[in-house]
Write a protein that binds this ligand. Structure first.
Ligand SMILES: [Zn+2]
Length: 70
């Protein structure tokens, strides 16, 4: 008999029960969902997501202090 009742979660490395564990090889639902989420996140990556700068940023105006203003 092999003492293989101790298994480690591939996600967080915590000891996870293997026998009678519906989430194996993960330690629990959380890690399983996290892993699934990672997979789905890669597959359903949203293309063309605007990621330039912060919204609501004030326009860069050439506001130079009083030159030519007389
Ligand atoms: Zn885990």
């Amino acid at each position: 008999m092999k003492p293989e009742s101790r298994h480690r979660c591939p996600r967080c490395g915590a000891p996870a029960p293997y026998e009678g564990n519906p989430y194996r090889p993960f330690c629990g639902a959380r890690c399983k969902l996290m892993d699934l989420g990672a997979w789905l996140g890669e597959e359903y990556r949203i293309p063309g997501e605007p990621a330039d700068g912060t919204p609501g940023e004030p326009e860069t105006e050439e506001t130079k202090p009083g030159k030519g203003l007389a």
